[in-house]
Every structure is written in C-alpha cells, then in structure tokens.
Design a binder for this molecule. Sequence first.
Ligand code: ATP
Ligand code: MG
Length: 421
Amino acid sequence: METIRAVRGMHDTLPDAVSGWRRLERVAERVLESYGYREIRFPLVEKTELFERTIGKLTDIVSKEMYTFADRNGERLTLRPEGTAGCVRAGIEHGLLQGVAQRLWYVGPMFRHERPQKARFRQFHQVGAEAFGLPGPDIDAELIALSARLWRELQIDGLRLEINNLGDAQTRQRYRGKLVDYFEAYVQALNEDERERLARNPLRILDSKNPALKAIIEGAPTLDAFLDGGSREHFAELRRMLDHIGVLHVVNPRLVRGLDYYGGTVFEWASTRLGAQGAVCAGGRYDTLVETIGGKPTPAIGFALGIERLLELIGSGPAPAGEPHAYLVVAEAAAQARALQLAEQLRDRLPQLRLVVHCGKGTVKSQFKKADRSGAWLALVLGEEELRAETITIKPLRGQGEQRTVAWEAAATELGRSLGF
Ligand code: ATP
Ligand code: MG
C-alpha cells in the first residue's frame, strides 16, 4: 500500500530535536515573564473575517497564504497565519485591554500556504509578545530591549536590528502616491507579483526579495520626508532610549511590514546566515488594530519571532536526547565525598540539571573519555587545587565557551547560565 506522508511544508519534531525547542521556549518564557508579560492561549482557528479585517485583504497573507475552509455548518474559518489578531480578539472579548497597561505573550504554530523552502514552512512556530495601552516610545524601547536580551540568553550573536517609523495612515497614503509614481517608471523591471503589488499595495514592493529590483528599491523615495512632527519626535526618542540601554540599531528608511495594521515604529532582527530568509523577529506598533476589531482605541506594540529560524542559528543545544548536561570529573581521589555533596547541592538548586558524577576512581584522562562518551555538554572538574581553594572548574566539551573556575557558592548560578536554564 502507498505510504501516507506528512503534509508538504509541515514538519515533525523528533525526540532528538525536542530539547532544543524546549530550551528556547523555556528561555523565552523566563525572559518575557521577567518583563511582566503573561501568557495567553487562544484557538488555532478563528473566523476568516478576523484576519481579513486586520491583516488586510490586499496583503500576501490574506490574498494567497491562508488555510481557509468552510466547516460543517458552512462557517468560514481560517487556521491562524499569525498571533496578533487572535490575541487582540481574545483580549477584547475578555476585557483584558480596558483601562490598564497589559503585557501578553504566546507561543504556538502558525499556518501559511507559502512555497516551502529553507526556513520557510507551511506550519511554523512563533513566540509573540504584545503590549497594550502604552502609546510612548518607552514601551517600544523596552520591547526591543527584551528581544535583545533573548538573543543574549540564547547565545545567538550576529543579529542586526533595523528600525523605521511608518507614520500614521495619512502619511502612508501620501507616501503611497509618491512611491507609485516612482515605480511606474520602472514597470518593465517588475515581475508579475510586483506589478500587482504596485496596483494594490505599493509599500510591499520595498520588501521584495527580487535581486533585479535591489538597486531600484535603493533609489526609491523614503517615507521620512512625509512624517508628521509627532512621529518624528517619537522615533528620535526611541533611538535615544535604545542608545541609552545600549541596543545597537540601524535606521532603514525602507523597512516596511507585510501586514496592514502596522503604523509608527516598526523593527526587524535579521541574520545574514539564513540567506533570503534572514528575518528572525519582526514587530511594530499597531495603534488602530484594537478599534478595527471593535474594541476601544488602544495603542499597542508587539513582535513575533520565528522559532525554526532561531533554532537554525543556535544549532543543536546542550544535552539533546536526554544526555547529561554535565559530567563531574573527580581528579583527586580524596575529593570523592566532596564531589557527591556538591552534586547534591547543584541538583537542589537546579532541578532540571542532568548531572553524572564519576564513580569508581580512574585517571583524569579516562574520566574525561567517559565524560565525552556520555554526551555531556560540560565537564566539571574537582581536583587538588579546586578542593583547596573551594572552587570548581567548568570546561565546555561541546559548543563554544571558555574554561573557567568558580567558587562553590557560585557554581549553580554559573552552570544555569551556561546551560540556558
Ligand atoms: P518574511 O519576510 O520572511 O516572509 P514575514 O514578514 O512574513 O517574513 P512575519 O509575519 O513578520 O514574517 O512573522 C515574524 C517571523 O516569523 C518572521 O521574522 C520569521 O522568522 C517567521 N516566519 C514567518 N513566516 C514563516 C514561514 N513561512 N516559515 C518559517 N518562519 C516564518
Ligand atoms: Mg512572509
């Protein structure tokens, strides 16, 4: 009989890969909650109209990427292509957004019928954060700082932050006219898709990945000339705050987003290591969205990060497939009792730690061989010198990082940090 395979563009996560996912989700949860964000869970399926009205009928997502179907009662439903619309819908429905600043986060699968390729899937996963009720650049800066902290904690470097300000609806309307005039002169260079964008949603041409258009896009007029004073000031203040916190950023005056609800601040984190699919996290303000779904006017900003793309950058994380995180090498026979005691203390402090203590003596060399074979991410070494100074040496066996020696009291904190707990 013919075997049945998974749906194209939708992937299984096998046991070996699960620990990487869990680590990312754990770090995200910890960081988000350390900024006061609370988790919200909402359905994978919503009424189609929710996405049409918020993301916009002329966007790529709504016009060609949604999984839309009629259920048995003939109701038009859609698998969520992103999380913001559902999050806002739930927030309004349960009165979470009224009269208070509200910070929410979520994680889960999203569905878009795109052409599957590297780092582009039909079921993919996002972590999203949304902050409501706060109009100022302070929350923009804080949200961006939060994302920067995520990359630090996940030990991902080489990401580049681009920011822009899209102004209000009137500004974009004025700019749109100017942009259409410009691109009409190059209509021969546009492919069919881009010609359609020119007619329906010209800002999206700026986001085109077509190499033939690169130089033309670089010559296009930018939106900043049309910005009103308030938007200019908001943007300048955001940049000052980012400088203050120490978040490096580049202003890209042609950065746009593919969803209609964005206005004002927008930003994107991208890596050069993922080719054309470099964006790992994107977000911005959507001050008119809550009203669009029938709520009271509520300023808001959020971002979504792509889990698969981040995992690609992290590679295999510490201790996949249930292997130990650390192997304690007892380099001095007299240290065995101390080693067992220290291990007990570490397990008390770090309940998720998988730690193997070497038992049964043996040379340091043979112990390191065993440590290696165990698959452990780190070796902990307790030798004569460490015993005397009441320290322990942490030596990475895989991945990057430097060998370091820390005091016993600091060992749990240091280990937790190295392992991303
Ligand atoms: P792109 O320009 O790559 O199509 P996008 O602008 O459509 O991205 P958003 O809707 O802003 O992406 O989603 C936020 C993040 O979700 C992206 O930066 C990316 O990391 C991830 N993402 C979006 N679409 C996909 C997909 N089809 N497969 C995997 N990850 C995705
Ligand atoms: Mg897209």
